[in-house]
Write a new protein. Structure first.
Length: 248
């Protein structure tokens, strides 16, 4: 018998998911194009700050809506997911272009947030407010990361990598402890999501948590190395420069 999908229930790779993915890809291309046009100009700072303001203007009202009695759930309404931190990091990164904030946006956006885009833990379909909240938040985080790094060229360093690992570890410990105390599952640190996800391929708890952490750290290192290598090739060696100068 064919699978029965209740009205208003989100379906992986159904129509609304495919439309969302198409919008996501178009946004990626636009972020790179706009960023490269603005690279090294004053327009980049102005545009970044406009987007930095636009993100909370979109996100905060929808998060507050989840705290209202009609939409409240202890298990889903609290802003404890990593993308709740990621959009704040994206706002600060866009406003200041600080390397550490750009790094957090880059690492969180291009791995953990994109995982949610590919296999979303979402039950409500279009036009639910949670549907718009989920996709809008995830898209804005990734688009910001792509704009800042591939567009403006604000590439991460090993220092940014180490900071991202440390901050993420602190978040994981805090949220795991909260989940254990109150019985929630933010970050899917205490059990797998009820919907299909990449975690299904990593074994039972706590094995999947350990493997996920190991994979994420390894991927983040691979995401850092090319930029560091490129930067080292573009920066002239001081010793070679001094040796090339004619003696007086």
């Amino acid at each position: 018998m064919p699978e029965v999908i209740l009205a208003g229930e989100f379906k992986h790779y159904g129509t609304s998911h495919l439309v969302a993915l198409a919008v996501f890809v178009l946004g990626l291309a636009a972020a790179v194009w706009v960023g490269r046009r603005q690279r090294g100009t004053d327009e980049a700072r102005r545009f970044s700050r406009v987007v930095a303001v636009a993100i909370p203007v979109f996100t905060v009202p929808l998060q507050l809506l989840q705290l209202t009695p009609s939409d409240w759930s202890l298990h889903t309404s609290l802003p404890l997911q990593l993308c709740d931190l990621a959009w704040v990091a994206a706002v600060y990164a866009l406003w200041t272009h600080r390397p550490w904030a750009v790094g957090l946006t880059y690492y969180w956006g291009l791995t953990l947030t994109t995982q949610g885009i590919v296999t979303p833990a979402l039950l409500q379909d279009f036009p639910s407010s949670r549907f718009f909240m989920f996709w809008g938040m995830h898209f804005l985080i990734v688009w910001a990361a792509v704009y800042l790094v591939w567009g403006l060229g604000l590439a991460p360093t090993w220092r940014d990598f180490r900071l991202a690992v440390a901050v993420t570890a602190a978040w994981a410990v805090a949220v795991f402890s909260f989940n254990t105390l109150v019985g929630t599952n933010y970050g899917f640190l205490n059990r797998k999501p009820s919907t299909a996800s990449i975690l299904d391929y990593l074994g039972p708890w706590p094995q999947y948590v350990v493997l996920e952490i190991s994979i994420v750290v390894a991927v983040w290192a691979l995401m850092t190395w090319p930029w560091v290598a490129l930067r080292s090739r573009q920066t002239p060696d001081p010793s070679s420069v001094s040796q090339s100068r004619p003696s007086s």
